[in-house]
Write a protein that binds this ligand. Structure first.
Ligand code: SF4
Length: 332
């Protein structure tokens, strides 16, 4: 049985109808130094995303979420496994062969300002993906499209002639959203799209993303370390720990998490009610994420797990389907 397994889940009928299907994906890096070390940033991950679905991808920093996203978008060359996008195997396509897929797979980055080229005007930033992907019959058509998407994200047309430094963080993220969606993609990876923003701006950007998703019908992979965000927006949630998915379940059922790691992440979510907040007496999680270059034997979470058993120190748990919820833990 593979270490990760795709549950017969919840929306669509599985990989055949999926916009994205990932099968035992591995992304290893080789660290030079005293004896070459292999860092298994993604280690045998399988899941699929249906058209129009929002899949939340949660976990602490260093768990492999962003690496997984970059492997899927072929920013990295995968070490092993397969990636199917709209039914086509894109795992080892060359840069040139990937070109037709680029306009259908887009990304929104965590730091909105640094993700925009400071030397380019907003017009150039929005026109570039259109020109590069051969979208629109003429420059005039492309400009109309750029103006339209700018208005849809809530910025005035005269913003086209300005530079990223002239905008606030929230406005820059609106431009990042416009740039990702101007090509009408089928899949957008949102990599911590609100974590660098002020609290007051976050819900505006999330609502903007949700409005676009409804209108365009595109699928999102929504990456975050914050389960309070992911459970609000996701149809399903996958929780990653040290390069693997340890739990995958419907977003509405994340509060009934079974995996001890997911439970500790949930405990770290600040309670809205001050009385409940005071009742949170247990520390949210024990210690730090281990170095992925030397993960613990057995279940890689066992040194931090409050429910660890002797078997956890030696034997890696296999994924089990518990009625639509995938869990990777010896307790089940
Ligand atoms: Fe904890 Fe063992 Fe489950 Fe790992 S397998 S999460 S150590 S109970």
């Amino acid at each position: 049985m593979p270490a990760q397994n795709e549950a017969p889940l919840l929306r669509g009928s599985g990989p055949a109808s999926a916009i994205l299907s990932v099968n035992m994906l591995k992304q290893y890096f080789y660290r030079k130094g005293s004896g070459d070390t292999v860092v298994k940033a993604v280690d045998g991950v399988s899941f699929s995303v249906q058209p129009g679905e929002i899949l939340g991808l949660a976990g602490e920093s260093g768990c492999g979420k962003s690496t997984l996203a970059r492997s899927i978008l072929r920013i990295y060359e995968p070490t092993g496994g397969q990636i199917f996008f709209e039914g086509n195997d894109i795992t080892h396509l060359s840069r040139r062969e990937m070109r037709p897929y680029r306009k259908r797979m887009q990304m929104i980055f965590q730091d909105p300002l640094s993700s925009l080229d400071p030397r380019m005007t907003i017009r150039d930033i929005l026109m570039e993906p259109l020109t590069g992907n051969g979208i629109g019959g003429s420059n005039g058509e492309r400009l109309l499209r750029a103006e339209a998407i700018l208005e849809q994200v809530g910025l005035p047309r005269d913003a086209l002639g300005r530079y990223p430094r002239e905008f606030s963080g929230g406005q820059c993220q609106r431009i990042g959203v416009a740039r990702a969606l101007v090509t009408n993609p089928g899949l957008v990876v949102c990599d911590e799209p609100v974590s660098a923003l002020d609290l007051s701006i976050r819900s505006q950007i999330i609502n903007l993303l949700l409005d676009f998703q409804k209108e365009l019908g595109c699928a999102y992979i929504f990456i975050t370390h914050d389960l309070s965000v992911v459970r609000l927006v996701s149809d399903r949630v996958a929780v990653m720990y040290l390069g693997r998915i340890v739990e995958l379940c419907p977003g509405a059922e994340i509060s009934g998490a079974l995996h001890p790691y997911t439970q500790t992440l949930l405990e770290a979510v600040p309670a809205q009610n001050p009385r409940l907040a005071r009742q949170k007496s247990r520390p949210p999680v024990i210690g730090e994420v281990p170095d992925p270059a030397s993960p613990p034997e057995g279940c890689s979470f066992h040194p931090r797990c409050r429910r660890a058993m002797p078997v956890c120190e030696k034997t890696p748990p296999q994924a089990k389907d518990l009625g639509g919820r995938l869990v990777c833990c010896h307790l089940y």
